[in-house]
Design a binder for this molecule. Structure first.
Ligand code: SF4
Length: 276
């Protein structure tokens, strides 16, 4: 099994990163949110013990990196400690809206400075008004304010932009802004709005195919999925079109399902949708 995962990663049939959906609720309510996340969303938590145990199994199987997303992962009280555990095992990226970084939380994140863990903060444009129209009032200012504090704590940062491509000037301004804050172009990723989740009801984004999604095994409280863009929620119901197995542990079970499915496919071309 281990060599099968290693071989599939080497052959680019699957990606090396294993994703965890820590939770589905969020303090924001973005117009294009894939998971229809909001403060009152059903939480659907992956507890810390499950995450760490799955991480150990993933290392044994040959996965090469971890990703953490949701929902907003930093709503989980124990997340900093879980990230330390992940970062001790493999390089890890955490997707966050960047709005929750109090001084107390940043102090708890300081151990990450010595680990290969990067936080990827969401900012969609350099125009505060436009950013907040999509992501909610105050979200731009809070994320921008967090960047120097996190950098001072030695924590690696990236910027993640979700865009419909209609505001190139706003994107240029965002690039100038993140450079001025010490984040290089290499650490800025962009992706299109895809037509799943809340983007459907708001008539936003582009339709997506399986081929366009990153083939990266994704564990949630509801099962294992083909891609981190797979476990979306529409009209309050989980989409299961990219569900591999309802069982997430031992990780060998969903990994086997992933390999069986990937085995019938050609090696991956670059997915249209980049998450990291
Ligand atoms: S897109 Fe991210 S920040 Fe926005 S509501 Fe969804 S989970 Fe929260």
């Amino acid at each position: 099994m281990t060599s099968a995962v290693v071989d599939a990663i080497a052959a680019e049939e699957i990606g090396g990163r294993l994703w965890f959906y820590t939770n589905y609720h969020c303090n924001l309510n973005c117009k294009y949110c894939l998971t229809e996340s909001a403060p009152a969303s059903k939480r659907r938590l992956l507890d810390a013990a499950t995450i760490v145990a799955a991480a150990d199994e993933a290392v044994e199987l040959g996965f090469t990196a971890f990703g953490v997303t949701g929902g907003e992962p930093f709503l989980l009280p124990g997340l900093p400690e879980s990230l330390v555990e992940l970062g001790r095992r493999l390089p890890t990226v955490v997707l966050t809206n960047g709005t929750l970084f109090s001084d107390q939380l940043i102090a708890r994140l300081r151990p990450l400075a010595d680990l290969p863990v990067a936080l990827q903060l969401s900012l969609d444009t350099g125009d505060e008004e436009q950013n907040d129209a999509m992501r909610g009032p105050g979200s731009f200012a809070k994320a921008i304010a967090a960047i120097p504090k996190l950098r001072s704590a030695g924590i690696a940062l990236r910027i993640g932009t979700t865009t419909d491509g209609t505001d190139p000037d706003g994107l240029l301004r965002l690039c100038e802004l993140h450079r001025s804050l010490g984040i290089s172009d290499d650490d800025h990723v962009t992706r299109p709005i895809i037509q799943r989740g809340r983007a459907v009801s708001n008539d936003l984004g582009i339709p997506v195919t399986l081929e366009a999604l990153p083939a990266e095994l994704t564990l949630t409280a509801d099962g294992a999925f083909w891609s981190p863009a797979g476990p979306t929620v529409a009209n309050g119901r989980l989409d299961i079109d990219y569900l591999l197995t309802r069982t997430i542990r031992p990780v060998a079970i969903p990994a086997t399902a992933m390999l069986q499915f990937a085995g019938g496919r050609a090696p991956l071309s670059e997915p249209a949708l980049r998450v990291t």
